[in-house]
Design a protein around this ligand. Structure first.
Ligand code: ATP
Ligand code: BTN
Length: 259
């Protein structure tokens, strides 16, 4: 039996204090990011979550498009963090996605810097964070999370060889509601640790598949090639170039390709 995704199905029995206390569900939306932004500007309470049954105009970083037809997870969480906490949001979201996937499928997931969640080297989820700042104060921060749950990746030529879904990787399907609830619970557990992000950073670093890899980081016309030697607590990669020079790369507009 297919379980119906609704706001009540997500909040029923959810034991969080703020993340997911309020859930706004939309059957179909261009992107949860836009509604989340509008709600934040209207003063939505922290932890409000926008969930879409399907997205028709979902987006990733660098204006790339993100496919999220029915049967998958597409949501945005509204937060009002301190500016010092911003670097940890991607780490919290990544760890929460990994944990929610592992607890319901038993399949191991990894984090690829800066914002991809992989199973067996294929992309199963992605995170998009959009912040608005005024001076050094955060007006709002929107954490967008997409996870391929029942996606039949073979039906989408553009991602058929690079992506996967929980249904593809396990014998389980219809996990949407369970995954969302576990994700929100774990997100809150980690978010409540802030402003002390050390343990979050260490947990995230342990899961990064990017460490030790030979990569090319492209940002506009700038290309940096070398081996990833470390990742700093602010989320920046430290790349050892061929000539021995160490260069720090912050996520921003960077595309990372394995060499
Ligand atoms: P980077 O290393 O820069 O993150 P990326 O190719 O993963 O590279 P992103 O901006 O993170 O780029 O993600 C957007 C890309 O993800 C799109 O260009 C598309 O190829 C791919 N994509 C879109 N929808 C999905 C999906 N549902 N599952 C997996 N991949 C998708
Ligand atoms: C990426 O891989 O670049 C990030 C993908 C982020 C997708 C999620 S789905 C929910 C939210 N709404 C969007 O339009 N994008 C994010």
């Amino acid at each position: 039996m297919v379980k119906e995704l609704t706001a009540a199905a997500v909040t029923r029995g959810l034991k969080t204090r703020s993340i997911g206390r309020k859930v706004l569900y939309f059957n179909s939306l261009p992107s949860t990011m836009d509604i989340a932004r509008q709600e934040a500007l209207k003063g939505a309470i922290e932890g409000t979550v926008i969930v879409a049954g399907e997205q028709t105009g979902g987006r990733g970083r660098l204006k790339r498009s993100w496919l999220a037809p029915k049967g998958n997870v597409a949501l945005s969480i509204i937060l009002y963090p301190k500016i010092e906490s911003l670097p940890y949001l991607i780490m919290i979201a990544s760890l929460a996605v990994v944990k929610s996937i592992e607890s319901f499928t038993g399949v191991k997931a990894q984090i690829k810097w800066p914002n991809d969640i992989l199973i067996g080297g294929k992309k199963v989820g992605g995170i998009l964070i959009e912040n608005e700042l005024r001076g050094n104060k955060v007006t709002y921060s929107i954490v967008g999370i997409g996870i391929n749950v029942d996606l039949r990746v073979a039906d989408y030529a553009e991602i058929a060889t690079t992506a996967t879904s929980l249904k593809n990787e396990s014998d389980k399907d219809d996990l949407q509601i369970e995954i969302i609830r576990a994700l929100l619970t774990e997100f809150e557990r980690l978010y409540l640790k802030l402003p002390d992000g050390k343990a979050i950073y260490e947990g995230w670093r342990e899961r990064l598949v990017t460490l030790g890899k030979k990569v090319r980081a492209e940002s506009g016309s700038q290309d940096i090639e070398g081996e990833v030697e470390a990742v700093d607590e602010d989320g920046a990669l430290v790349i050892r170039e061929e000539d021995g020079k160490l260069t720090r790369v912050v996520a921003g507009d960077v595309t990372l390709r394995e060499k």
